[in-house]
Every structure is written in structure tokens, then in C-alpha cells.
Design a protein around this ligand. Structure first.
Ligand code: FNR
Ligand code: 8K6
Length: 350
């Protein structure tokens, strides 16, 4: 019933996956205080080597990208060395792993990077989010600073450096985090992008930052090792706007031209429907993107297998069930019961 999940899948000439099950990116807030991955993290990822591809938890590209405690980085030599231990563990177990590259934009908090001397929160426009940092409720979100064109150029350069660092650390590629209301996504939605310069107002301008990051990374590490996650439907740290549709109508065909390793939807439940997308995010993207698409969001192996059989997407990413079951792939293959996920499991790495 889930046999199609266990077919091999060639992403391109460089990378071939042993099955169609991806481990979704899952922030765990378990890096050490220098944002270096630990041995426990290497063991955790190593145990999941049976996945066709692991996408790492989101990894910040530079200090002011941090919005949660102890999220790992990929901008110091010690962080790169720490990740090398992780990628070795995955490769020794026959797996593959991409790094998810992250800047939280207006959801960053200077508490986390106060030692750098910067108090600025970087975003497309000076429009804040309501609320405060999860699990650190005393840290309320600030009104961000609208980044200058020079600062945008530096951000693009920092993304591409982080991608080069990822390859140096032994990752098989990178997934750019363009989803879930973080920096890149903030440029793509009218709620957070109120600019009137070459990065705002029109679909082409609002897509410019995302495409500059993609192009800079492709130039550095190759399109065959570069992927992107996007959330056309706003649902997290973001208010939707019907005009956002035109932005993604422009962006997604532009991405298709780049011939990336894959495009991945960022969402918690793919059953969610968005009026301005005419239904599910995955159906919308599938209708205008013909290359490899990764679906995710409250799927079981059975419902995900059926979605692939029905040509809704090509690869299935599994998040929370992978937190609860390090041997998720083996259990599905052997028809064994799964351990049910619960939020309490977030306090330890099994
Ligand atoms: C997530 N998700 C997520 N997404 C992302 O792009 N980068 C990240 O770092 C994280 N971190 C994260 C942490 C935790 C604890 C959860 C539960 C989720 C979203 C995740 O990748 C996935 O899209 C959702 O969990 C939906 O898939 P499942 O869990 O229903 O299979
Ligand atoms: C990368 C994020 C760091 C922390 C992530 C923790 C996520 C826990 C789950 C949060 C769920 C929010 C989903 C919102 C769905 C709204 C549906 C209307």
C-alpha cells in the first residue's frame, strides 16, 4: 500500500535518493551556547539515515538571524566542524542530508545576539509581528528595521557563504528556508513587505530577494544541490493578503527555470485551503510547477503514498512522526505500529 514510497528517486544527475521519504526540517533548540551542534544531535540525525533525504533543522546564517534559543548556526569554524560530525554520522548510516538555511527576519530577537553589539531586527519593512518568543514570553517581538539595499546585498552574500560552509561541513546540499513567515517569506507577502523600491510593490520586485538568494547559492554550490521551501499560503507569523497570489504566480515559474533539486511546501497541515490560492498550497504549486515537488503536512505514510500515486507531489516529507520514531522508515516498510508524537517529546533527542 505504501510501495511507491520505497522507490528510488533521482533528483538530478548528481543526487539520487534511496526512497521518497524525507525527514522534514525540525527545529529542536538543542545546539550548545555557541550554536554548535552536539554529539547528541549527531547521534539523533545518524539514527535517521534510512530516510531518502534528511533536511536538517533550520540553521541560522548569521547572528542576527536568530529568533529561538540554541538554534544551530553555520557561520563559525566551530559550527562547521560540529556539523561535520553530524553529516559523517548520517553518511556512515547510508543517508543523505541537506542543511536548511535560515534567517528569521522580523521574528529575530536581539536578546540572542546582544554580544555582537547589534540591537537591530532586520526585515523588509518596519512592520512588527504581535507576540513574543515561544518558551521565552518575556521577549516580545520588536518593530524591525527596514533593511537598506546595501544590507540586502550583504544578506545575499551571507546566505551564499553559509551554503558554501554547508558543503564544507559535508552536507549533500542546502534547502533555503523561504517559508513560514521568516525573512525570505517576509519579502514575498504584502503583510510584511511595504517597500516601494526595487524589492517591493510588484510581484517581480517582491520576488527579487528570494531569487537573488537562490541565484547566489546556485552560483556557489550548483543548482543540483540547491532546494527551496516556500509557503504561498500565509499561516504562521504572517497575515494573508489576496495580492500575494500574484507574487507566487511570478516567483514559482522563475524557480522552475532554475532547475533546482526540489521545491518544498512549508505547511503544518496540507488539508488547509487558501481562498486566494484556490485551494491547497500543494495543488496550487503543482498547477504551475512541473519539476520535483515535496509535499508535507499531517500526512501518514498511507495518505502520503496515495498523494504521490495521485500525482499531487513527488516526495513526501514527514515531520512530527519522525521525532517520535527514529526508525520511521523501517517501521513503515515492515508494517509495524508507530509511536504517536506528543509535544513533550520535544524536550529530548531520541
Ligand atoms: C517544524 N517545522 C519546521 N519547518 C521548517 O521549515 N523549519 C524548521 O526548522 C521547522 N521546525 C519545526 C519544529 C517543530 C517542533 C515542528 C513540529 C515543526 C515544520 C515541519 O517541517 C513540517 O512542515 C510540519 O511539522 C508538518 O509536518 P508533519 O509534522 O505533520 O509531518
Ligand atoms: C522553526 C520554528 C521554531 C519553532 C517551531 C515550533 C513549532 C511548533 C508548532 C507550532 C505550530 C504553529 C502552526 C500554526 C498553524 C496555524 C494553523 C492555522
Amino acid at each position: 500500500m505504501t510501495a511507491n514510497l520505497f522507490q528510488t528517486y533521482a533528483l538530478n544527475k548528481t543526487l539520487s535518493l534511496k526512497n521518497r521519504i524525507l525527514m522534514a526540517p525540525l527545529t529542536r533548540c538543542m545546539a550548545d551556547d555557541e550554536l554548535i551542534p552536539t554529539q547528541d544531535m549527531a547521534d539523533y540525525y545518524g539514527r535517521r539515515g534510512e530516510a531518502g533525504l534528511i533536511i536538517s533543522e533550520a540553521v541560522i546564517i548569521r547572528p542576527d538571524g536568530q529568533g529561538y534559543p540554541n538554534t544551530p548556526g553555520l557561520f563559525t569554524p566551530a559550527q562547521i566542524d560540529g556539523w561535520r560530525t553530524v553529516t559523517n554520522a548520517v553518511h556512515q548510516n547510508g543517508g543523505k542530508i541537506f542543511a536548511q538555511l535560515w534567517h528569521t527576519g522580523r521574528v529575530a530577537h536581539p536578546h540572542f545576539y546582544q554580544t555582537t553589539g547589534s540591537q537591530d531586527v532586520m526585515a523588509p519593512s518596519a512592520v512588527g509581528v504581535e507576540g513574543s518568543v515561544p518558551r521565552m514570553r518575556e521577549l516580545t517581538y520588536q518593530i524591525p528595521k527596514a533593511v537598506s539595499v546595501e544590507e540586502i546585498a550583504q544578506l545575499v552574500s551571507d546566505y551564499s557563504q553559509a551554503a558554501a560552509n554547508a558543503i564544507d561541513a559535508g552536507f549533500d546540499g542546502v534547502e533555503i528556508h523561504g517559508a513560514n513567515g521568516y525573512l525570505i517569506d517576509q519579502f514575498l507577502h504584502h503583510d510584511s513587505n511595504r517597500r516601494s523600491d526595487q524589492y517591493g510593490l510588484t510581484p517581480e520586485n517582491m520576488s527579487r530577494f528570494a531569487l537573488e538568494v537562490v541565484d547566489a547559492i546556485v552560483a556557489r554550490i550548483g543548482n543540483d544541490r540547491t532546494a527551496l521551501r516556500v509557503s504561498p499560503g500565509a499561516y504562521f507569523n504572517m497575515a494573508g493578503d489576496s495580492r500575494d497570489r500574484d507574487v507566487f504566480d511570478y516567483l514559482i515559474p522563475e524557480l522552475e527555470k532554475r532547475d533546482l533539486a526540489f521545491l518544498h511546501i512549508g505547511i503544518f497541515d496540507d488539508a488547509m485551503e487558501f481562498d486566494y490560492l484556490g485551494g491547497r498550497a500543494s495543488s496550487y504549486v503543482r498547477s504551475i510547477y512541473s519539476k520535483t515537488l515535496v509535499g508535507v503536512g499531517s500526512f501518514t505514510a498511507e495518505t502520503g503514498s496515495k498523494a504521490i500515486a495521485d500525482d499531487k507531489f513527488d516526495l513526501l516529507a514527514i515531520g512530527r512522526p519522525f521525532i517520535a520514531n527514529p526508525d520511521y522508515v523501517e517501521r513503515v516498510r515492515d508494517g509495524k505500529d508507530l509511536v504517536e508524537y506528543s509535544d513533550e517529546m520535544l524536550t529530548s533527542l531520541i
